[in-house]
Design a protein around this ligand. Structure first.
Ligand code: SF4
Ligand code: SF4
Length: 134
């Protein structure tokens, strides 16, 4: 299975090779989609984890025990459907085609599986329907 998570590293563990441990100990395939790291301030990584479901769970537990904050990407990228006016302004800026307009209903579709939490949509949304904790 595949899952996208956001790892938040406090400064004291930012240099620990946690991703390497997850790959080695739990046989996980790790794709870093976005990174923002300042050694003195800590950092955040958007990561796609791929592997056995149990191993993903165990790997996330180990990361948490090591002091890493772990959230599912869809819990940190919030789309308020009620606020969204389906204007489409965010669509062309999305680098991964996570945002599309339904051709029949002209409503916005948000495919969280494609999102990499780049934040472009949140910057242009005129009604602040999308917010990103990154
Ligand atoms: S944050 Fe917005 S623009 Fe960026 S990949 Fe996700 S949906 Fe697309
Ligand atoms: S820019 Fe905002 S209001 Fe417009 S479609 Fe995207 S999320 Fe909805």
């Amino acid at each position: 299975m595949k899952t996208k998570v956001i790892f938040t590293f406090p400064p004291e563990i930012v240099e620990k090779p946690i991703s390497h441990t997850l790959m080695k100990e739990f046989d996980l395939w790790i794709n870093i989609l976005r990174a923002k790291i300042e050694p003195s301030e800590g950092g955040k990584l958007v990561i796609e984890l791929q592997g056995d479901e149990e191993n993903i769970k165990a790997g996330i537990e180990l990361a948490e025990k090591s002091g890493v904050g772990v959230t599912l990407l869809e819990n940190d990228v919030l789309w308020d459907k009620e606020l969204c006016v389906d204007c489409g302004a965010c669509i062309s800026l999305c680098p991964t085609q996570a945002l599309t307009l339904d051709r029949d209903t002209f409503k916005l579709n948000f495919d969280f599986g494609r999102c990499v939490a780049c934040g472009s949509c949140a910057q242009v949304c005129p009604v602040k329907a999308i917010s990103i904790n990154f």
